[in-house]
Structure formats: structure tokens, C-alpha cells
Design a protein around this ligand. Structure first.
Ligand code: ATP
Ligand code: MG
Length: 171
């Protein structure tokens, strides 16, 4: 019996396909969905940074971090830049989860819980799966990585190898 399905998204086209399949299955089976995004550490890519500026994230930073995002990330105080990087990753992660959750609700999924994690993506996905006691993991076979020579990405392959439940890697 499949009662809970974990679906992992990094915002890629393959992750969208995984969301489609997970949504379809969950709606049909009346299963709960655990939606997971793992924030990647390090500097925010330029494209995401621009998106964050458009969203005026800096305006929402707490007291003590009032400098505009653009000036802090681009050559400003590194402590602020690091903090802003985290804030940008967090905001982007929440946005990804918002979009994914809306899509799942549209498909008729009733029970959705969201997890925004950080750390090594495969480990974080496996921990979330074990913690929630899910019966199935659905993810894309590929993601945002640029190494297109391999047919299956490292997160997909590690999660499916180590998962204790059924794992579906969507092509
Ligand atoms: P690699 O990262 O090894 O260069 P890739 O990016 O092409 O390769 P994966 O990272 O394995 O491929 O991505 C496969 C799937 O794993 C994605 O479609 C998504 O479902 C899931 N995934 C990958 N990274 C994350 C993440 N940070 N958070 C949530 N899910 C992720
Ligand atoms: Mg990847």
C-alpha cells in the first residue's frame, strides 16, 4: 500500500516530470505527498541572483541587514554576502516549493507537507524519506547539472541505490 510519496524538486524539467507523476499517483491513491527541495550551498548563480533582486528580497531582511542585495553580494561585506546568499537560496527554494505545491493541489492531492532542507542533496532526500516513513520516492533521472554525458544524475542514482523504499527515477 502506498500511503506517502516523497517527491524531490530542484526546479529542473525532469523534476517537473517527477512532480507530474507523483501528483497523478498521489491523487489516484489518496496518498500524502512530502515535497522536498534541498538548498545548494555556495554562491548564488547570476541568473538566480537577478531573480532575487527582482523579488526585492533585501527589503525583507531583518534589522542589521538593510543594505540592498545587489551591493552586498557584489563585492560588499563578505559576512553580509554569505547571509544574503543563504536568504536568496531560501527564498528561491520556497518559491520552487510554492509552484510545486500549487501544481500538486491542482491535480487533486489533498495532503502536502513541504521540507526545505540544506546539506548534500541525496543525503537530505534520504533523511527526509526515512524521517517521514514514505513508501515511495519520485525524482527526475536528471536535474540542473551540466554534465549531460551521463544518463542519470548523481542525486538520482544515489537516492535510488540507497533508498529503503521503492524509488522512481523519471526520464
Ligand atoms: P548532477 O547533479 O550529478 O550533476 P543532474 O543535476 O543532472 O546531475 P541530479 O542532481 O541527480 O541530476 O537530479 C536528478 C533529480 O534529483 C532531479 O530531477 C530532482 O528530482 C532531484 N534533485 C536533484 N537535486 C535536488 C535538490 N537540490 N533538491 C531536491 N531534489 C533534487
Ligand atoms: Mg544535480
Amino acid at each position: 500500500m502506498i500511503e506517502t510519496i516523497l517527491v524531490a524538486t530542484d526546479g529542473s524539467d525532469h523534476a517537473d516530470k517527477a512532480l507530474d507523476l507523483a501528483g497523478l499517483l498521489a491523487a489516484q491513491l489518496g496518498a500524502k505527498v512530502v515535497l522536498v527541495h534541498v538548498m545548494s550551498p555556495g554562491p548564488v548563480p547570476e541568473s538566480l541572483r537577478r531573480m532575487a533582486e527582482v523579488e526585492h528580497l533585501a527589503e525583507r531582511a531583518p534589522a542589521g541587514y538593510e543594505q540592498p542585495l545587489a551591493s552586498t553580494v557584489r563585492g560588499g561585506d563578505p559576512r553580509h554576502a554569505e547571509y544574503e546568499n543563504f536568504r536568496v537560496h531560501e527564498a528561491i527554494g520556497n518559491q520552487l516549493l510554492d509552484v510545486a505545491e500549487r501544481g500538486l493541489r491542482k491535480k487533486g492531492v489533498k495532503s502536502i507537507s513541504r521540507r526545505l532542507e540544506d546539506g548534500e542533496p541525496a543525503e537530505a532526500i534520504l533523511d527526509a524519506a526515512a524521517g517521514a516513513g514514505v513508501d515511495m520516492i519520485v525524482l527526475g533521472s536528471r536535474g540542473l547539472g551540466s554534465l549531460k554525458k551521463l544518463l542519470v544524475g548523481s542525486v538520482s542514482s544515489k537516492v535510488c541505490q540507497l533508498a529503503r523504499c521503492t524509488c522512481v527515477s523519471v526520464k
